[in-house]
Design a protein. Structure first.
Length: 640
Protein backbone atom coordinates (compact mmCIF):
# COMPACT_ATOMS: atom_id res chain seq x y z
CA UNK A 1 0.00 0.00 0.00
CA UNK A 2 1.27 3.43 -0.96
CA UNK A 3 2.57 5.69 1.76
CA UNK A 4 1.69 9.40 1.54
CA UNK A 5 3.78 12.05 3.23
CA UNK A 6 0.78 14.36 3.43
CA UNK A 7 -2.94 13.63 3.40
CA UNK A 8 -5.53 16.33 2.81
CA UNK A 9 -9.31 16.63 2.80
CA UNK A 10 -11.21 19.21 0.74
CA UNK A 11 -14.89 20.08 0.73
CA UNK A 12 -17.23 22.97 -0.01
CA UNK A 13 -20.91 23.38 0.93
CA UNK A 14 -22.26 22.56 -2.53
CA UNK A 15 -19.53 20.04 -3.33
CA UNK A 16 -19.49 21.07 -6.97
CA UNK A 17 -16.43 23.11 -7.81
CA UNK A 18 -14.42 24.45 -4.85
CA UNK A 19 -13.87 20.92 -3.57
CA UNK A 20 -12.08 19.75 -6.68
CA UNK A 21 -10.28 23.02 -7.37
CA UNK A 22 -8.71 22.84 -3.91
CA UNK A 23 -7.83 19.20 -4.53
CA UNK A 24 -6.05 20.03 -7.77
CA UNK A 25 -4.23 23.00 -6.25
CA UNK A 26 -2.88 20.95 -3.35
CA UNK A 27 -1.87 18.06 -5.61
CA UNK A 28 -0.02 20.43 -7.96
CA UNK A 29 1.74 22.16 -5.06
CA UNK A 30 2.89 18.80 -3.67
CA UNK A 31 3.97 17.60 -7.11
CA UNK A 32 6.22 20.66 -7.53
CA UNK A 33 8.00 19.70 -4.32
CA UNK A 34 8.18 16.02 -5.16
CA UNK A 35 5.99 15.24 -2.15
CA UNK A 36 3.47 12.40 -2.16
CA UNK A 37 -0.06 13.45 -1.24
CA UNK A 38 -3.53 11.92 -1.18
CA UNK A 39 -6.58 14.19 -1.20
CA UNK A 40 -9.92 12.99 0.11
CA UNK A 41 -12.78 14.96 -1.49
CA UNK A 42 -16.09 15.66 0.22
CA UNK A 43 -18.25 16.48 -2.79
CA UNK A 44 -21.95 16.46 -3.43
CA UNK A 45 -21.75 12.80 -4.44
CA UNK A 46 -20.14 11.87 -1.12
CA UNK A 47 -16.62 11.12 0.07
CA UNK A 48 -14.19 10.01 -2.63
CA UNK A 49 -10.62 8.72 -2.20
CA UNK A 50 -11.28 8.03 1.49
CA UNK A 51 -8.22 7.42 3.66
CA UNK A 52 -7.49 4.03 5.11
CA UNK A 53 -6.33 3.87 8.70
CA UNK A 54 -2.91 2.78 7.46
CA UNK A 55 -2.60 5.88 5.24
CA UNK A 56 -3.53 8.11 8.18
CA UNK A 57 -1.03 6.37 10.47
CA UNK A 58 1.85 6.74 8.02
CA UNK A 59 1.24 10.38 7.01
CA UNK A 60 3.47 13.10 8.44
CA UNK A 61 0.71 15.70 8.51
CA UNK A 62 -2.89 16.49 7.63
CA UNK A 63 -4.36 19.47 5.78
CA UNK A 64 -8.11 20.06 5.99
CA UNK A 65 -9.26 22.69 3.50
CA UNK A 66 -13.01 22.51 3.86
CA UNK A 67 -16.08 24.58 4.58
CA UNK A 68 -18.11 21.57 5.62
CA UNK A 69 -17.84 19.03 8.39
CA UNK A 70 -15.01 16.53 7.96
CA UNK A 71 -14.53 13.68 10.42
CA UNK A 72 -11.53 15.07 12.27
CA UNK A 73 -11.37 12.50 15.05
CA UNK A 74 -9.62 10.09 12.67
CA UNK A 75 -6.51 12.27 12.81
CA UNK A 76 -5.88 12.04 16.53
CA UNK A 77 -2.16 12.47 17.22
CA UNK A 78 -1.39 14.00 13.81
CA UNK A 79 -0.01 17.46 13.03
CA UNK A 80 -3.04 19.16 11.50
CA UNK A 81 -3.94 22.39 9.70
CA UNK A 82 -7.63 23.25 9.36
CA UNK A 83 -8.53 26.11 6.99
CA UNK A 84 -11.27 27.14 4.58
CA UNK A 85 -11.55 25.55 1.15
CA UNK A 86 -10.68 28.93 -0.37
CA UNK A 87 -7.24 28.81 1.25
CA UNK A 88 -6.75 25.37 -0.20
CA UNK A 89 -7.39 26.83 -3.64
CA UNK A 90 -5.44 30.07 -3.28
CA UNK A 91 -2.58 29.20 -0.89
CA UNK A 92 -1.66 25.55 -1.56
CA UNK A 93 2.09 26.21 -1.56
CA UNK A 94 1.93 27.96 1.81
CA UNK A 95 -0.11 25.12 3.32
CA UNK A 96 2.31 22.46 2.03
CA UNK A 97 5.28 24.45 3.34
CA UNK A 98 3.63 24.93 6.73
CA UNK A 99 2.68 21.30 7.27
CA UNK A 100 6.18 20.19 6.25
CA UNK A 101 8.39 22.68 8.06
CA UNK A 102 6.46 24.77 10.60
CA UNK A 103 7.22 23.42 14.07
CA UNK A 104 4.29 25.40 15.49
CA UNK A 105 1.64 23.39 13.68
CA UNK A 106 -0.26 21.75 16.55
CA UNK A 107 -0.94 18.07 17.01
CA UNK A 108 -4.65 17.33 17.01
CA UNK A 109 -6.13 15.46 19.94
CA UNK A 110 -9.76 14.47 20.27
CA UNK A 111 -11.76 15.48 23.30
CA UNK A 112 -9.97 14.60 26.50
CA UNK A 113 -7.07 12.79 24.89
CA UNK A 114 -4.35 15.21 25.64
CA UNK A 115 -2.52 18.37 24.72
CA UNK A 116 -0.62 19.57 21.72
CA UNK A 117 3.13 19.41 21.37
CA UNK A 118 3.08 22.90 22.79
CA UNK A 119 0.83 24.07 25.58
CA UNK A 120 -2.27 24.91 23.56
CA UNK A 121 -5.30 22.82 22.76
CA UNK A 122 -5.42 21.59 19.20
CA UNK A 123 -9.01 20.57 18.68
CA UNK A 124 -9.25 22.80 15.60
CA UNK A 125 -6.64 25.11 14.15
CA UNK A 126 -9.24 27.23 12.36
CA UNK A 127 -10.63 30.46 13.79
CA UNK A 128 -13.86 30.59 15.79
CA UNK A 129 -15.75 32.11 12.88
CA UNK A 130 -14.40 29.54 10.46
CA UNK A 131 -15.67 26.77 12.73
CA UNK A 132 -19.09 28.44 12.91
CA UNK A 133 -19.13 28.70 9.13
CA UNK A 134 -18.15 25.04 8.72
CA UNK A 135 -21.00 23.99 11.01
CA UNK A 136 -23.47 26.16 9.11
CA UNK A 137 -22.31 24.94 5.72
CA UNK A 138 -22.62 21.32 6.79
CA UNK A 139 -26.32 22.00 7.19
CA UNK A 140 -26.50 23.92 3.92
CA UNK A 141 -24.74 21.20 1.91
CA UNK A 142 -27.25 18.58 3.07
CA UNK A 143 -30.20 20.92 2.60
CA UNK A 144 -29.43 22.12 -0.95
CA UNK A 145 -30.25 18.90 -2.86
CA UNK A 146 -33.65 18.79 -1.14
CA UNK A 147 -34.34 22.40 -2.01
CA UNK A 148 -33.32 21.89 -5.63
CA UNK A 149 -35.37 18.69 -6.01
CA UNK A 150 -38.42 20.16 -4.29
CA UNK A 151 -38.17 23.50 -6.03
CA UNK A 152 -37.86 22.03 -9.51
CA UNK A 153 -40.71 19.53 -9.03
CA UNK A 154 -42.97 22.25 -7.66
CA UNK A 155 -42.02 24.53 -10.54
CA UNK A 156 -42.73 21.81 -13.11
CA UNK A 157 -46.23 21.43 -11.68
CA UNK A 158 -46.93 24.99 -12.87
CA UNK A 159 -46.71 23.85 -16.50
CA UNK A 160 -50.42 23.09 -16.19
CA UNK A 161 -51.19 26.47 -14.66
CA UNK A 162 -50.37 28.33 -11.48
CA UNK A 163 -53.41 26.76 -9.73
CA UNK A 164 -53.04 23.31 -11.32
CA UNK A 165 -52.57 21.60 -7.94
CA UNK A 166 -55.79 23.02 -6.50
CA UNK A 167 -58.73 20.56 -6.90
CA UNK A 168 -61.16 23.50 -6.83
CA UNK A 169 -59.52 25.24 -9.79
CA UNK A 170 -60.45 24.79 -13.45
CA UNK A 171 -56.70 24.35 -14.11
CA UNK A 172 -56.49 21.28 -11.86
CA UNK A 173 -54.38 18.39 -13.16
CA UNK A 174 -53.76 15.17 -11.23
CA UNK A 175 -50.13 14.84 -12.32
CA UNK A 176 -49.44 18.49 -11.51
CA UNK A 177 -50.98 18.00 -8.07
CA UNK A 178 -48.78 14.96 -7.46
CA UNK A 179 -45.62 16.82 -8.49
CA UNK A 180 -46.60 19.79 -6.37
CA UNK A 181 -47.23 17.57 -3.34
CA UNK A 182 -43.94 15.67 -3.66
CA UNK A 183 -42.04 18.91 -4.27
CA UNK A 184 -43.73 20.43 -1.26
CA UNK A 185 -42.64 17.58 1.00
CA UNK A 186 -39.03 18.04 -0.16
CA UNK A 187 -39.16 21.81 0.39
CA UNK A 188 -40.73 21.36 3.82
CA UNK A 189 -37.72 19.29 4.87
CA UNK A 190 -35.45 22.27 4.25
CA UNK A 191 -35.55 23.65 7.80
CA UNK A 192 -35.39 20.33 9.71
CA UNK A 193 -32.49 19.03 7.58
CA UNK A 194 -30.61 22.34 7.83
CA UNK A 195 -31.05 22.30 11.59
CA UNK A 196 -30.16 18.62 11.99
CA UNK A 197 -26.91 18.72 10.05
CA UNK A 198 -25.68 21.91 11.69
CA UNK A 199 -26.21 20.10 14.96
CA UNK A 200 -24.56 16.95 13.60
CA UNK A 201 -21.40 18.88 12.74
CA UNK A 202 -21.22 20.12 16.34
CA UNK A 203 -22.58 17.21 18.38
CA UNK A 204 -22.18 14.25 16.01
CA UNK A 205 -24.91 11.57 16.08
CA UNK A 206 -26.59 12.88 19.21
CA UNK A 207 -26.71 16.35 17.68
CA UNK A 208 -28.34 14.92 14.55
CA UNK A 209 -31.20 13.38 16.53
CA UNK A 210 -31.80 16.49 18.64
CA UNK A 211 -31.45 18.69 15.57
CA UNK A 212 -34.18 16.95 13.58
CA UNK A 213 -36.72 17.45 16.37
CA UNK A 214 -35.63 21.03 17.01
CA UNK A 215 -35.83 21.72 13.29
CA UNK A 216 -39.35 20.33 13.05
CA UNK A 217 -40.40 22.66 15.87
CA UNK A 218 -38.76 25.59 14.07
CA UNK A 219 -40.54 24.67 10.83
CA UNK A 220 -43.93 24.06 12.45
CA UNK A 221 -43.81 27.40 14.27
CA UNK A 222 -43.01 29.31 11.07
CA UNK A 223 -39.53 30.55 11.99
CA UNK A 224 -38.17 29.80 8.50
CA UNK A 225 -34.53 29.09 7.76
CA UNK A 226 -33.42 31.57 10.45
CA UNK A 227 -35.08 29.28 12.98
CA UNK A 228 -33.35 26.31 11.39
CA UNK A 229 -29.95 27.98 11.83
CA UNK A 230 -30.56 29.01 15.44
CA UNK A 231 -32.05 25.60 16.24
CA UNK A 232 -29.08 23.81 14.68
CA UNK A 233 -26.55 25.58 16.87
CA UNK A 234 -28.81 25.17 19.89
CA UNK A 235 -29.24 21.42 19.35
CA UNK A 236 -25.55 20.89 18.62
CA UNK A 237 -24.32 22.60 21.75
CA UNK A 238 -26.96 20.90 23.89
CA UNK A 239 -25.48 17.61 22.66
CA UNK A 240 -21.97 18.80 23.57
CA UNK A 241 -23.17 19.94 27.01
CA UNK A 242 -24.77 16.57 27.73
CA UNK A 243 -21.57 14.76 26.71
CA UNK A 244 -19.61 16.84 29.22
CA UNK A 245 -22.18 16.45 32.01
CA UNK A 246 -22.29 12.65 31.71
CA UNK A 247 -18.61 12.17 30.96
CA UNK A 248 -17.95 10.56 34.33
CA UNK A 249 -20.47 7.74 33.84
CA UNK A 250 -18.89 4.27 33.51
CA UNK A 251 -17.98 3.19 30.00
CA UNK A 252 -20.34 0.24 30.35
CA UNK A 253 -23.21 2.74 30.18
CA UNK A 254 -22.14 4.25 26.83
CA UNK A 255 -24.94 2.41 25.03
CA UNK A 256 -27.52 3.74 27.48
CA UNK A 257 -26.21 7.28 27.05
CA UNK A 258 -26.38 7.29 23.24
CA UNK A 259 -29.74 5.51 22.92
CA UNK A 260 -31.69 6.81 25.92
CA UNK A 261 -30.16 9.56 28.07
CA UNK A 262 -28.81 11.89 25.40
CA UNK A 263 -31.78 11.71 22.97
CA UNK A 264 -34.43 12.12 25.68
CA UNK A 265 -32.77 14.92 27.61
CA UNK A 266 -31.43 16.59 24.47
CA UNK A 267 -34.80 16.69 22.70
CA UNK A 268 -36.48 17.91 25.90
CA UNK A 269 -33.99 20.72 26.56
CA UNK A 270 -33.45 21.90 22.99
CA UNK A 271 -37.09 21.43 21.99
CA UNK A 272 -38.38 23.40 24.97
CA UNK A 273 -36.01 26.29 24.33
CA UNK A 274 -36.87 26.31 20.62
CA UNK A 275 -40.58 26.27 21.37
CA UNK A 276 -40.38 29.53 23.31
CA UNK A 277 -37.72 31.12 21.09
CA UNK A 278 -39.91 30.47 18.05
CA UNK A 279 -42.27 33.36 18.85
CA UNK A 280 -39.71 36.17 18.42
CA UNK A 281 -37.91 34.19 15.70
CA UNK A 282 -41.15 33.99 13.68
CA UNK A 283 -41.62 37.74 13.96
CA UNK A 284 -38.02 38.37 12.84
CA UNK A 285 -38.38 35.97 9.92
CA UNK A 286 -41.65 37.48 8.75
CA UNK A 287 -40.26 40.98 9.15
CA UNK A 288 -37.24 40.17 7.00
CA UNK A 289 -39.33 38.51 4.30
CA UNK A 290 -41.78 41.44 4.26
CA UNK A 291 -38.89 43.90 3.98
CA UNK A 292 -37.40 42.05 1.02
CA UNK A 293 -40.80 41.77 -0.66
CA UNK A 294 -41.37 45.50 -0.23
CA UNK A 295 -37.98 46.22 -1.77
CA UNK A 296 -38.96 44.23 -4.86
CA UNK A 297 -41.76 46.75 -5.41
CA UNK A 298 -40.33 50.01 -4.08
CA UNK A 299 -36.57 49.70 -4.59
CA UNK A 300 -35.84 47.04 -7.22
CA UNK A 301 -32.69 48.87 -8.34
CA UNK A 302 -31.24 48.98 -4.82
CA UNK A 303 -32.26 45.37 -4.18
CA UNK A 304 -30.66 44.24 -7.46
CA UNK A 305 -27.49 46.17 -6.64
CA UNK A 306 -27.22 44.50 -3.22
CA UNK A 307 -27.99 41.01 -4.55
CA UNK A 308 -25.58 41.42 -7.49
CA UNK A 309 -22.73 42.52 -5.26
CA UNK A 310 -23.37 39.69 -2.78
CA UNK A 311 -23.56 36.96 -5.42
CA UNK A 312 -20.37 38.06 -7.19
CA UNK A 313 -18.42 38.84 -4.02
CA UNK A 314 -17.09 35.35 -3.37
CA UNK A 315 -18.51 33.08 -6.11
CA UNK A 316 -20.30 30.49 -4.01
CA UNK A 317 -18.74 31.48 -0.69
CA UNK A 318 -20.55 32.64 2.46
CA UNK A 319 -21.69 36.03 1.09
CA UNK A 320 -23.03 34.42 -2.08
CA UNK A 321 -24.70 31.69 -0.02
CA UNK A 322 -26.44 34.28 2.18
CA UNK A 323 -28.24 35.69 -0.87
CA UNK A 324 -28.96 32.21 -2.22
CA UNK A 325 -30.38 30.91 1.07
CA UNK A 326 -32.65 33.94 1.32
CA UNK A 327 -33.90 33.19 -2.19
CA UNK A 328 -34.62 29.56 -1.37
CA UNK A 329 -36.39 30.55 1.84
CA UNK A 330 -38.61 32.95 -0.12
CA UNK A 331 -39.29 30.23 -2.70
CA UNK A 332 -40.61 28.01 0.06
CA UNK A 333 -43.05 30.80 0.93
CA UNK A 334 -44.22 31.18 -2.66
CA UNK A 335 -42.11 34.22 -3.62
CA UNK A 336 -40.54 33.45 -7.02
CA UNK A 337 -39.36 36.96 -7.88
CA UNK A 338 -36.43 37.23 -5.48
CA UNK A 339 -34.78 34.08 -6.86
CA UNK A 340 -34.85 35.53 -10.39
CA UNK A 341 -32.35 38.22 -9.40
CA UNK A 342 -30.22 35.81 -7.35
CA UNK A 343 -30.00 33.28 -10.19
CA UNK A 344 -29.24 35.99 -12.75
CA UNK A 345 -26.47 37.37 -10.56
CA UNK A 346 -24.98 33.88 -10.10
CA UNK A 347 -25.14 32.94 -13.79
CA UNK A 348 -23.59 36.16 -15.15
CA UNK A 349 -19.97 35.81 -13.81
CA UNK A 350 -19.03 32.51 -15.51
CA UNK A 351 -20.65 33.66 -18.76
CA UNK A 352 -18.64 36.88 -18.47
CA UNK A 353 -15.36 34.94 -18.49
CA UNK A 354 -16.38 33.27 -21.74
CA UNK A 355 -17.15 36.62 -23.34
CA UNK A 356 -13.89 38.06 -21.98
CA UNK A 357 -11.74 35.47 -23.76
CA UNK A 358 -13.76 36.02 -26.95
CA UNK A 359 -13.23 39.80 -26.74
CA UNK A 360 -9.47 39.57 -26.15
CA UNK A 361 -8.13 36.08 -26.86
CA UNK A 362 -4.51 37.24 -26.90
CA UNK A 363 -4.71 38.46 -23.31
CA UNK A 364 -5.37 34.95 -22.00
CA UNK A 365 -3.36 31.76 -22.01
CA UNK A 366 -4.59 28.69 -23.87
CA UNK A 367 -5.70 27.14 -20.58
CA UNK A 368 -7.62 30.27 -19.59
CA UNK A 369 -9.30 30.44 -22.97
CA UNK A 370 -10.39 26.83 -22.63
CA UNK A 371 -11.74 27.51 -19.12
CA UNK A 372 -13.64 30.53 -20.41
CA UNK A 373 -15.37 28.48 -23.09
CA UNK A 374 -16.26 25.76 -20.57
CA UNK A 375 -17.75 28.46 -18.34
CA UNK A 376 -20.45 29.10 -20.93
CA UNK A 377 -21.75 25.65 -20.02
CA UNK A 378 -21.18 26.00 -16.27
CA UNK A 379 -22.83 29.40 -16.14
CA UNK A 380 -25.82 28.20 -18.11
CA UNK A 381 -26.42 25.60 -15.40
CA UNK A 382 -26.06 28.06 -12.49
CA UNK A 383 -22.54 27.02 -11.42
CA UNK A 384 -20.84 30.27 -10.44
CA UNK A 385 -17.57 28.72 -9.24
CA UNK A 386 -16.11 28.51 -12.75
CA UNK A 387 -15.39 32.23 -12.53
CA UNK A 388 -13.17 31.86 -9.44
CA UNK A 389 -9.81 31.37 -11.24
CA UNK A 390 -10.45 34.55 -13.24
CA UNK A 391 -11.43 36.48 -10.12
CA UNK A 392 -8.35 35.23 -8.25
CA UNK A 393 -6.00 36.34 -11.03
CA UNK A 394 -6.60 40.03 -10.32
CA UNK A 395 -9.18 40.20 -7.50
CA UNK A 396 -9.04 43.95 -6.81
CA UNK A 397 -10.15 44.72 -10.37
CA UNK A 398 -11.85 41.55 -11.59
CA UNK A 399 -14.24 41.01 -8.68
CA UNK A 400 -15.73 44.55 -8.99
CA UNK A 401 -16.11 43.86 -12.72
CA UNK A 402 -18.09 40.72 -11.93
CA UNK A 403 -20.18 42.66 -9.40
CA UNK A 404 -21.15 45.26 -12.00
CA UNK A 405 -22.42 42.65 -14.46
CA UNK A 406 -24.23 40.65 -11.77
CA UNK A 407 -25.88 43.79 -10.41
CA UNK A 408 -27.07 44.77 -13.90
CA UNK A 409 -28.57 41.32 -14.47
CA UNK A 410 -30.30 41.30 -11.06
CA UNK A 411 -31.62 44.87 -11.34
CA UNK A 412 -33.12 44.28 -14.77
CA UNK A 413 -34.71 41.03 -13.54
CA UNK A 414 -36.37 42.81 -10.60
CA UNK A 415 -37.46 45.85 -12.61
CA UNK A 416 -39.22 43.67 -15.20
CA UNK A 417 -40.87 41.42 -12.57
CA UNK A 418 -39.36 38.15 -13.73
CA UNK A 419 -40.16 35.09 -11.62
CA UNK A 420 -38.05 31.93 -11.36
CA UNK A 421 -39.78 29.20 -9.33
CA UNK A 422 -36.77 26.82 -9.27
CA UNK A 423 -33.76 27.40 -6.98
CA UNK A 424 -31.17 25.95 -9.36
CA UNK A 425 -30.65 24.68 -12.87
CA UNK A 426 -29.88 27.90 -14.72
CA UNK A 427 -31.19 27.90 -18.27
CA UNK A 428 -32.38 24.31 -17.91
CA UNK A 429 -35.44 25.63 -16.06
CA UNK A 430 -36.25 28.31 -18.66
CA UNK A 431 -39.64 26.70 -19.46
CA UNK A 432 -40.62 27.54 -15.88
CA UNK A 433 -39.67 31.23 -16.09
CA UNK A 434 -42.50 33.67 -16.79
CA UNK A 435 -40.41 35.79 -19.21
CA UNK A 436 -37.64 33.40 -20.31
CA UNK A 437 -36.22 35.28 -23.29
CA UNK A 438 -36.15 38.58 -21.45
CA UNK A 439 -34.44 36.96 -18.46
CA UNK A 440 -31.73 35.44 -20.65
CA UNK A 441 -31.26 38.81 -22.37
CA UNK A 442 -30.72 40.60 -19.04
CA UNK A 443 -28.21 37.98 -17.93
CA UNK A 444 -26.32 38.17 -21.23
CA UNK A 445 -26.22 41.98 -21.05
CA UNK A 446 -24.76 41.82 -17.53
CA UNK A 447 -22.26 39.16 -18.62
CA UNK A 448 -21.23 41.20 -21.68
CA UNK A 449 -20.54 44.26 -19.54
CA UNK A 450 -18.43 42.23 -17.09
CA UNK A 451 -16.72 40.39 -19.95
CA UNK A 452 -15.76 43.63 -21.65
CA UNK A 453 -14.30 45.03 -18.43
CA UNK A 454 -12.43 41.78 -17.75
CA UNK A 455 -10.94 41.80 -21.26
CA UNK A 456 -9.70 45.38 -20.83
CA UNK A 457 -8.10 44.53 -17.49
CA UNK A 458 -6.51 41.36 -18.88
CA UNK A 459 -5.13 43.24 -21.89
CA UNK A 460 -3.59 45.87 -19.67
CA UNK A 461 -2.15 43.20 -17.39
CA UNK A 462 -0.65 41.27 -20.30
CA UNK A 463 1.11 44.41 -21.58
CA UNK A 464 2.48 45.00 -18.09
CA UNK A 465 3.65 41.40 -17.85
CA UNK A 466 5.32 41.67 -21.24
CA UNK A 467 7.56 44.39 -19.90
CA UNK A 468 8.40 42.29 -16.82
CA UNK A 469 9.38 39.27 -18.90
CA UNK A 470 11.83 41.33 -20.88
CA UNK A 471 13.75 42.66 -17.90
CA UNK A 472 16.85 40.92 -16.49
CA UNK A 473 16.36 37.30 -15.63
CA UNK A 474 15.78 38.04 -11.97
CA UNK A 475 12.41 39.47 -13.00
CA UNK A 476 11.69 36.99 -15.73
CA UNK A 477 9.96 35.21 -12.99
CA UNK A 478 8.08 32.71 -14.86
CA UNK A 479 5.32 34.77 -13.11
CA UNK A 480 4.15 36.22 -16.39
CA UNK A 481 2.74 32.83 -17.32
CA UNK A 482 3.16 30.15 -14.73
CA UNK A 483 1.70 27.41 -16.88
CA UNK A 484 4.04 24.94 -18.46
CA UNK A 485 4.31 25.52 -22.18
CA UNK A 486 4.09 22.38 -24.23
CA UNK A 487 6.43 21.68 -27.11
CA UNK A 488 3.54 22.02 -29.51
CA UNK A 489 2.58 25.44 -28.18
CA UNK A 490 6.14 26.74 -28.37
CA UNK A 491 6.51 25.50 -31.89
CA UNK A 492 3.28 27.12 -33.00
CA UNK A 493 4.18 30.40 -31.35
CA UNK A 494 7.77 30.77 -32.52
CA UNK A 495 7.61 29.06 -35.91
CA UNK A 496 5.31 31.84 -37.07
CA UNK A 497 7.90 34.55 -36.49
CA UNK A 498 11.28 32.97 -37.26
CA UNK A 499 13.02 31.36 -40.23
CA UNK A 500 16.63 30.86 -41.32
CA UNK A 501 16.76 34.28 -43.01
CA UNK A 502 16.12 35.89 -39.62
CA UNK A 503 19.33 34.41 -38.17
CA UNK A 504 22.68 36.18 -38.49
CA UNK A 505 26.05 34.61 -37.56
CA UNK A 506 29.41 36.18 -36.72
CA UNK A 507 27.96 39.69 -36.50
CA UNK A 508 30.87 42.10 -36.10
CA UNK A 509 29.87 45.03 -33.85
CA UNK A 510 31.76 46.89 -31.14
CA UNK A 511 28.96 48.02 -28.79
CA UNK A 512 25.39 47.49 -27.73
CA UNK A 513 24.13 50.55 -29.62
CA UNK A 514 25.94 49.48 -32.80
CA UNK A 515 24.29 46.08 -32.50
CA UNK A 516 20.83 47.65 -32.08
CA UNK A 517 21.40 49.71 -35.21
CA UNK A 518 22.45 46.54 -37.03
CA UNK A 519 19.22 44.80 -35.94
CA UNK A 520 17.12 47.77 -37.11
CA UNK A 521 18.81 47.70 -40.53
CA UNK A 522 18.42 43.90 -40.62
CA UNK A 523 14.66 44.27 -39.93
CA UNK A 524 14.28 46.70 -42.84
CA UNK A 525 16.35 44.50 -45.15
CA UNK A 526 14.12 41.52 -44.44
CA UNK A 527 10.98 43.59 -45.05
CA UNK A 528 9.67 43.55 -41.48
CA UNK A 529 10.02 47.32 -41.09
CA UNK A 530 9.95 50.32 -43.39
CA UNK A 531 12.06 52.71 -41.32
CA UNK A 532 15.26 51.43 -39.69
CA UNK A 533 15.84 54.69 -37.84
CA UNK A 534 12.42 54.52 -36.14
CA UNK A 535 13.03 50.91 -35.07
CA UNK A 536 16.47 51.80 -33.68
CA UNK A 537 14.94 54.59 -31.61
CA UNK A 538 12.43 52.14 -30.13
CA UNK A 539 15.24 49.72 -29.26
CA UNK A 540 17.13 52.48 -27.46
CA UNK A 541 13.98 53.75 -25.72
CA UNK A 542 13.28 50.26 -24.41
CA UNK A 543 16.83 49.91 -23.07
CA UNK A 544 16.47 53.31 -21.37
CA UNK A 545 13.45 51.98 -19.44
CA UNK A 546 15.34 48.91 -18.21
CA UNK A 547 18.00 46.72 -19.70
CA UNK A 548 16.94 43.67 -21.69
CA UNK A 549 20.20 41.93 -20.89
CA UNK A 550 19.58 38.62 -19.18
CA UNK A 551 22.37 36.25 -18.12
CA UNK A 552 24.66 33.64 -19.65
CA UNK A 553 25.66 36.10 -22.39
CA UNK A 554 22.12 36.59 -23.76
CA UNK A 555 19.96 39.69 -24.33
CA UNK A 556 16.42 39.96 -25.70
CA UNK A 557 15.93 43.52 -27.03
CA UNK A 558 12.59 44.30 -28.64
CA UNK A 559 10.88 47.14 -30.45
CA UNK A 560 7.26 47.99 -31.14
CA UNK A 561 6.58 50.63 -33.77
CA UNK A 562 4.06 51.61 -36.44
CA UNK A 563 6.75 51.14 -39.12
CA UNK A 564 6.93 47.41 -38.25
CA UNK A 565 4.41 45.59 -40.43
CA UNK A 566 4.42 42.12 -38.82
CA UNK A 567 5.83 40.29 -35.84
CA UNK A 568 9.26 38.74 -36.20
CA UNK A 569 12.06 37.19 -34.18
CA UNK A 570 15.67 37.97 -35.10
CA UNK A 571 18.68 36.06 -33.76
CA UNK A 572 22.26 37.32 -33.91
CA UNK A 573 25.40 35.48 -32.70
CA UNK A 574 28.21 37.99 -32.31
CA UNK A 575 31.82 37.66 -33.41
CA UNK A 576 32.91 39.05 -30.04
CA UNK A 577 30.89 39.93 -26.89
CA UNK A 578 29.70 43.49 -26.25
CA UNK A 579 29.13 45.24 -22.94
CA UNK A 580 25.52 45.14 -21.75
CA UNK A 581 23.84 45.56 -18.40
CA UNK A 582 22.97 41.98 -17.48
CA UNK A 583 21.84 40.11 -14.41
CA UNK A 584 25.19 38.36 -13.98
CA UNK A 585 27.27 41.35 -15.14
CA UNK A 586 28.66 39.38 -18.09
CA UNK A 587 28.95 40.69 -21.68
CA UNK A 588 26.52 39.56 -24.36
CA UNK A 589 27.32 37.52 -27.46
CA UNK A 590 23.87 36.10 -28.36
CA UNK A 591 20.91 38.38 -29.07
CA UNK A 592 17.29 37.31 -29.56
CA UNK A 593 15.22 40.26 -30.72
CA UNK A 594 11.48 40.71 -31.21
CA UNK A 595 9.78 43.07 -33.65
CA UNK A 596 6.20 43.90 -32.71
CA UNK A 597 3.71 45.87 -34.86
CA UNK A 598 2.21 48.93 -33.20
CA UNK A 599 -1.33 47.56 -33.45
CA UNK A 600 -0.42 44.53 -31.33
CA UNK A 601 -1.97 45.00 -27.87
CA UNK A 602 0.98 43.26 -26.22
CA UNK A 603 -0.54 39.80 -25.98
CA UNK A 604 1.52 38.25 -28.79
CA UNK A 605 4.53 40.08 -27.43
CA UNK A 606 3.99 38.42 -24.06
CA UNK A 607 3.55 34.94 -25.51
CA UNK A 608 6.72 35.17 -27.61
CA UNK A 609 8.79 36.59 -24.77
CA UNK A 610 7.36 34.13 -22.27
CA UNK A 611 8.04 31.10 -24.47
CA UNK A 612 11.58 32.23 -25.21
CA UNK A 613 12.35 33.19 -21.62
CA UNK A 614 11.30 29.76 -20.41
CA UNK A 615 13.58 28.11 -22.95
CA UNK A 616 16.47 30.25 -21.73
CA UNK A 617 15.88 29.13 -18.15
CA UNK A 618 17.12 25.66 -19.13
CA UNK A 619 20.90 25.29 -19.10
CA UNK A 620 20.83 22.49 -21.67
CA UNK A 621 18.98 24.73 -24.15
CA UNK A 622 21.40 27.62 -23.68
CA UNK A 623 24.34 25.23 -24.07
CA UNK A 624 22.85 23.82 -27.28
CA UNK A 625 22.22 27.33 -28.62
CA UNK A 626 25.78 28.36 -27.85
CA UNK A 627 27.19 25.26 -29.56
CA UNK A 628 24.99 25.57 -32.67
CA UNK A 629 27.15 26.44 -35.70
CA UNK A 630 24.59 26.82 -38.46
CA UNK A 631 21.31 28.65 -39.00
CA UNK A 632 19.53 25.32 -39.46
CA UNK A 633 20.71 24.06 -36.07
CA UNK A 634 19.58 27.27 -34.37
CA UNK A 635 16.17 27.26 -36.06
CA UNK A 636 15.63 23.62 -35.14
CA UNK A 637 16.33 24.39 -31.48
CA UNK A 638 13.54 26.98 -31.30
CA UNK A 639 11.11 24.83 -33.23
CA UNK A 640 11.60 21.77 -31.04
Amino acid sequence: MAKYKIIAATGCPTGIAHTYMAQEALEEAAKKRGISIKVETHGQSGVEHAFTQSEIDQADGVIIAADKDVDIDRFDGKRLINVSVTKGMKEPDELIEKILNDKNVPVYHGSGSGKTNGSEEAELTGTFWHKMYVYLMNGVSHMLPLVVAGGVLTAVSFFWGINSADPKSAEYNALAALLNTIGGFAMNLMVPVLCAYIAEAIGKRTGLVIGFVTGMIAYSNGTGFLGGIVGGFLAGYVAVLLAKLFKSLPKSLDGLKSIFIFPVLGVLISGTIMWYVSVPMKDINQGMMSFLKSMENTSPILLGLIVGIMCAADMGGPINKAAYLTGTALLAQGNYFFMAGVSAACIAPPLATGFAVLFNKKAYTAKERSAGYVNFLLGSTHITEGAIPFAAKNPLLNIPSFMIGSAIAAILSYVTKISVPAPHGGFIVLPLVNKPFLWVLWIVIGALVSGFLLSLIAGRQSRHDAAIVATPVGNVAVESDPEPVSTETKQNDLSEIINEDNIALNVDVASRDELLQYLADFAKKLGYATDASAVDKKYLAREAESSTGMEKGIAIPHAQDKTINRSAMLIAKLKQPVEWKTFDNQPVDIVISFLIPDQDDGSNHLEYLSSTSKLLMHDEFVEALRNAKTKTEILKLFQE
